[in-house]
Write a protein that binds this ligand. Structure first.
Ligand code: GH3
Ligand code: MG
Ligand code: MG
Length: 281
């Protein structure tokens, strides 16, 4: 089995050196980032098994970094910080952290927690091929958006993407190339997202994006993603995408109905010739 890869995010060079050294001695593979922005940049390039994230950092702090990671990425995150008051720990767990360790910590506790988090979090919430959050996380996210926006009345849009004629890539270029296409599409789509927007792998070659705003906003985002994948300079060329968009509360007010409305719109985009975005009627 390959070693567990850790991305260590800490603005203190001395802390980074000490923790990285200990982890490497423990058999982990370690990459480092010097602050939140650097962490997000590195996550665009590497796919670590787990992120150890400092909270107090200049620029975007650990909380905001965690928010931004969770837009696109189901990677397990352990918050690692001197600020480990109960209120901080609770905030971290609620914000989508998988665990919380106060500094200073014992080396064996850190390793044991990394192993425990990987057993728990990674399998259930994250898609192993693309690194995106998976269907289960998507369902939970939609439920929590619905609960929140029923109170505030703010609209949000659901986009479902489906890769066009994807089966023919597996059939003609082989399953491994099909897998690479899925990874590339996921990465390019994730790159198009802005604050508050989140992407998930919800099926074999289907992706869901949840967007604050109405159906028109959803169509704009979907169109941006569709165009980005189409325009990607890659050989062989990537397949095109079709998308269906539906919004809360305009088209539906439950998860099932919203999903169904977006799926029907997707079906219309496919029927209309594919490589298109369609808004729920
Ligand atoms: P359409 O334009 O109508 O969407 O056609 P399609 O070929 O994309 O749709 P279809 O649902 O017939 O095929 C989807 C294929 O995706 C079938 C399945 O084998 C493949 N697939 C699902 N998950 C994976 C995966 O993880 N890796 C690879 N390589 N293929 C996958
Ligand atoms: Mg499909
Ligand atoms: Mg398809």
């Amino acid at each position: 089995m390959s070693p567990v890869s850790v991305l260590l995010v800490d603005d203190s060079a001395s802390q980074r050196a000490v923790i990285a050294h200990r982890l490497e001695k423990g058999g982990f593979e370690v990459a480092v980032a010097i602050d939140g922005e650097d962490c997000l940049r590195v996550l665009g390039e590497l796919r670590p098994d787990i992120v150890l994230l400092d909270v107090v950092m200049p620029g975007i702090d650990g909380w905001e970094t965690l928010d931004r990671i969770r837009q696109t990425n189901g990677v397990p995150v352990i918050m690692l910080t001197a600020r480990a008051e109960e209120i901080d720990r609770v905030r971290g767990l609620r914000a989508g952290a998988d665990d919380y360790i106060g500094k200073p910590f014992q080396q064996d506790e850190l390793e044991a927690r990394i192993e425990a988090v990987m057993r728990r979090a990674d399998l259930g919430r994250r898609d192993a091929l693309t690194g995106l959050s998976n269907r289960r996380t998507f369902d939970e996210h939609l439920d929590s958006m619905l609960a929140q926006e029923r109170k505030t009345g703010q609209p949000f849009a659901l986009v479902i993407f489906d890769i066009d004629h994807f089966k023919s890539i597996n059939d003609t270029q082989g399953h491994p190339e099909g897998d690479r296409v899925l990874q590339d599409v996921a990465r390019i789509a994730a790159r198009q997202l802005r604050a508050g927007e989140q992407i998930f792998r919800i099926g074999g070659e289907e992706f869901g994006i949840v967007i604050p705003g109405d159906g028109k906003t959803g169509v704009l985002v979907a169109e941006r993603v569709r165009a980005a994948v189409q325009d990607e300079p890659r050989e062989p060329r990537l397949p095109t995408l079709s998308a269906g968009v539906a919004s809360f509360p305009h088209d539906a007010t439950t998860r099932e109905a919203l999903f169904q409305a977006a799926d029907l719109a997707l079906y219309a985009a496919k029927q209309g010739g594919r490589n298109a975005v369609s808004l729920a009627a």
